[in-house]
Design a binder for this molecule. Structure first.
Ligand SMILES: C[S@@+](CC[C@H](N)C(=O)[O-])C[C@H]1O[C@@H](n2cnc3c(N)ncnc32)[C@H](O)[C@@H]1O
Length: 213
């Protein structure tokens, strides 16, 4: 496994959630929280990072290739493993729900990760993919930052709703629900936004729920 670009910037990345990203993060959480009561346990987050989402949502376990982010996640009480979502040591059919939360853009081989999630889930299991959409203001801004050589975003490949949905369906999942939020851009977000049902163009954060066929 290559050294993660998140390692050198781990603390800076993690501090974003309490600073510039505070309202955006709360907006993303507001889209995810209403879904939680319907999601079967146990829960795993692939790309758990510093455990920001996991700690807020009650996700017990996580895996990530950044040792420095994992150290922060561990301090937040998440049970973590170092590794990538393409292949993990967890037993097959052992999770009720697998989350990907703002990790989609950073996955090198999405088809392999989706195939492996299909193996990790129990037959009635659920995939929750909350991703940053390329056509929203935040995603579009990150694409531009990546082009200018931003140390993290130059490694990202942001996708559109139809691309994400196509990949998920090609891996054998059925999309059972979509929610959209984060319409205001980085400069204009002052209050937490309420999620809208379905994919709504202009959303920066989109959540897809999918089950195995
Ligand atoms: C934008 S961060 C999201 C972090 C996390 N969800 C949080 O709450 O802090 C993207 C994460 O994807 C991870 N990542 C990159 N490639 C990965 C892979 N192949 N498998 C799993 N995670 C990966 C990165 O290390 C990083 O932690």
């Amino acid at each position: 496994m290559n050294e993660s670009p998140f390692d050198a910037l781990a603390r800076h990345y993690d501090e974003w959630y309490d600073g510039k990203g505070k309202v955006a993060f709360k907006t993303e959480l507001a889209a995810l929280r209403p879904l939680l009561p319907g999601l079967p346990k146990p829960w795993l987050e692939i790309g758990v990072g510093s455990g920001r989402f996991a700690a807020e949502l009650g996700i017990e376990q996580g895996i990530d290739p950044s040792v420095e982010l994992l150290a922060l996640a561990r301090k937040r009480g998440i049970s973590v493993l170092w590794g990538e979502g393409e292949e993990t040591p967890y037993p097959h059919h052992s999770f009720g729900t697998v989350f990907l939360l703002t990790t989609w853009a950073f996955l090198e081989d999405r088809a392999a990760v989706l195939k492996h999630i299909g193996q990790l889930l129990k037959p009635e299991g659920v995939l929750v993919n909350g991703y940053l959409d390329r056509e929203g203001k935040w995603g579009a801004g990150y694409v531009e930052k990546g082009k200018s050589g931003h140390p993290l975003h130059r490694h990202a490949r942001f996708a559109t709703y139809s691309e994400v949905r196509t990949d998920i369906e090609a891996a054998g999942f059925t999309v059972t629900g979509t929610w959209s939020t984060l319409f205001a851009g980085p400069g204009g977000l002052t209050e937490v936004e309420e999620p809208k049902v379905g994919y709504v163009p202009g959303a920066s954060f989109v959540v897809l729920l999918a089950t195995l066929k």
